[in-house]
Ligand binder design. Structure first.
Ligand code: HEM
Length: 431
């Protein structure tokens, strides 16, 4: 096979590793994508050389033409089998989406409270630890808050899916294993075709054991999920496994990225902590404070999205409107990269897009506030719930004394490919 950058599997192993390392670096540095977006918006003619959609109008247009720019770009990276996110529109997509929406609407009424309760309990435990020692933001906190919010979606089958003794609540170690497994499966979607062999292998192992356990829970899910009794075991398995890996890791990681962004804005952090301090015990029930934290979470995520770009397959030859005098061509069988982060920083459409401004009046650009969840029909259907869980986690964190990095500069965050694997924090010891 002729080596091509667009076909990483055809590259020699050394080159492929180097490309993967560069990709991981860019993912951790959203400013790089913002800069590239700025360049492509300023000189759209360059889109003929670098076929990326960067203008807000181009991004919107591409993401609302699912027949020309297909989500099947995700399919080869779905190591646990096909799922909504990689399907083309059609009857199977519609049926799976209907099931997803029904399951989500069952969880919605309890999700926030479950996340709040878990956050408050974990924070009580961490308050002492953070003073003398450090804790891992994801493994010791965010992962549990998100787990508490989303796990009721699996109803009585939750124990089967996570593992451990039948009819018993899985213990913490078993749950940690499950969370690691779904992280590897989700991680493969990020790494995509660039994934090195070991990343692919562990994702395959994780997917296989997740599927094996999910099998055991299918009977219970068929009874618990609205409309699931008549859909067939394969469809039920596909949706169970898909929901497990699509929901948790990306939300926990996104929460960590948002907190990383907050730590880089000490004035904003201090202001939110002051407000939390004034509220005391009512921090969990004050609607105004909750709204304030939520707006901050959204703005922090805009600056540090987990998916700064999205990919789309091009099934048949087409063009996209980059803003250049002639449209860049998209050959059949190729793919197009959509710089969604660049769209939410498009100053042509919103003059202050570069400013950190949680209280911005979005007006007619309101959908830009959620660009980190995609756009159009395929936008994340759980975006409000995801922001709710991260907001609960943030409310808890804001009640702690000021947090800072536990590790020295350069080692503050450890990565596992494009994902965060370690992010330890401790309270600031003032002299
Ligand atoms: C902060 C957390 C999250 C972020 C940043 C996020 C981001 C995204 C993005 C960008 C897409 C669109 C992908 C594309 O257009 O190619 C998407 C799709 C999707 N997300 Fe999320 N997501 C999050 C949490 C969740 C959660 C908690 C769930 C499940 C409860 C979920 C379920 C889905 C599903 C099923 C799709 C596919 C929708 C479709 O194609 O119809 N996501 N997500």
């Amino acid at each position: 096979m002729k080596p091509e950058i667009g076909r990483p599997e055809s590259l020699p192993p050394g080159v492929r590793r180097a490309v993967y390392a560069v990709f991981c670096w860019t993912n951790r540095n959203p400013r790089f994508w913002r800069l590239l977006g700025w360049v492509l918006r300023r000189w759209p003619v360059l889109s003929h050389l670098v076929p990326f959609a960067a203008r807000r109008s181009a991004v919107q247009q591409v993401l609302t033409r699912p027949r020309s720019f297909s989500s099947t770009s995700h399919t080869p990276n779905l190591i646990a089998g096909d799922y909504l996110i990689g399907m083309d529109p059609g009857p199977r997509y519609d049926a799976d989406r209907q099931l997803f929406d029904a399951v989500l609407s069952q969880v919605r009424p309890t999700l926030r409270q479950a996340a709040d309760v878990e956050a408050a309990a974990r924070i009580a435990g961490l308050a002492g630890v953070a003073r003398h020692d450090s804790f891992d933001l994801i493994e010791d906190y965010l992962a549990w808050v998100v787990y508490a919010g989303i796990q009721p979606a699996f109803a009585d089958a939750a124990g089967d899916i996570v593992g451990g003794a039948r009819n018993a609540r899985p213990d913490e170690e078993t749950t940690r294993n499950y969370l690691r497994e779904i992280k590897y499966v989700a991680g493969h979607l990020f790494a995509g075709r660039l994934a090195p062999l070991e990343v692919r292998q562990r994702a395959e192992v994780g997917a296989a054991s997740l599927k094996a356990r999910a099998h055991k829970g299918l009977g219970r899910l068929a009874a618990a999920w609205p409309g699931a009794s008549g859909i067939g075991r394969n469809a039920l398995l596909r949706n169970t496994v898909g929901l497990a890996w699509v929901s948790h890791p990306v939300t926990a990681q996104s929460g960590a990225l948002a907190f990383q962004e907050l730590l880089g804005r000490p004035g904003v952090y201090a202001e939110l902590r002051d407000q939390a301090g004034q509220l005391g015990a009512s921090v969990w029930t004050d609607a105004g404070f909750r709204r304030e934290v939520r707006l901050h979470v959204l703005e922090l995520m805009r600056f540090r999205p987990i998916f700064p770009l999205l990919a789309r397959d091009v099934p048949r030859a087409t063009e996209f409107e980059s803003g250049a005098r002639t449209n860049p061509k998209c050959p059949a069988g190729g793919s197009l990269t959509v710089l969604s982060i660049a769209a939410s920083f498009d100053t042509h459409r919103m003059a202050d897009a570069d400013r950190f401004c949680p209280h911005r009046r979005w007006g007619s650009e309101a959908d830009m506030q959620y660009m980190m969840f995609g756009y159009g029909d395929r936008r994340c259907p759980a975006r409000e719930e995801a922001v709710d869980m991260i907001t609960s986690a943030f409310v808890g964190l804001l009640t702690l004394p000021e947090l800072t990095w536990a590790d020295r500069w350069g080692a503050r965050i450890r990565y596992d490919g494009p994902l965060i694997s370690r992010m330890r924090l401790r309270t600031l010891r003032r002299a």
